[in-house]
Design a protein. Structure first.
Length: 94
């Protein structure tokens, strides 16, 4: 299940980038406590704030259908989705 497609795409792009080289000698001298938020952290936070973590209405509808015994799984659709995930390399291997 894709919870946040934008976040998923962003994280995949970050995983493939090499880490930037940092020049420790060129770092500014800091007096007292300080914190620096990376661009990656800012983008991640923005992505998390722009979308719901899940579709609450859809979850409630499915939960109701399950409780009433009326939820049916489309096996063909499920199999196709799993195959797509595995082909994309997103499936878990044990």
């Amino acid at each position: 299940m894709k919870v946040n497609p934008k976040l998923d795409l962003y994280l995949r792009s970050v995983e493939t980038r090499p880490a930037p080289k940092r020049d420790v000698a060129a770092a500014p001298e800091v007096q007292g406590d300080s914190i620096a938020i990376s661009t990656t952290a800012r983008l991640l936070q923005a992505a998390l704030e722009t979308e719901e973590p899940y579709a609450a209405a859809k979850v409630a509808r499915i939960k109701g259908a399950i409780e009433q015994g009326g939820y049916e799984v489309d096996i063909g659709r499920l199999a196709a989705s799993l195959a797509d995930e595995m082909a994309a390399g997103r499936g878990r291997s044990r």
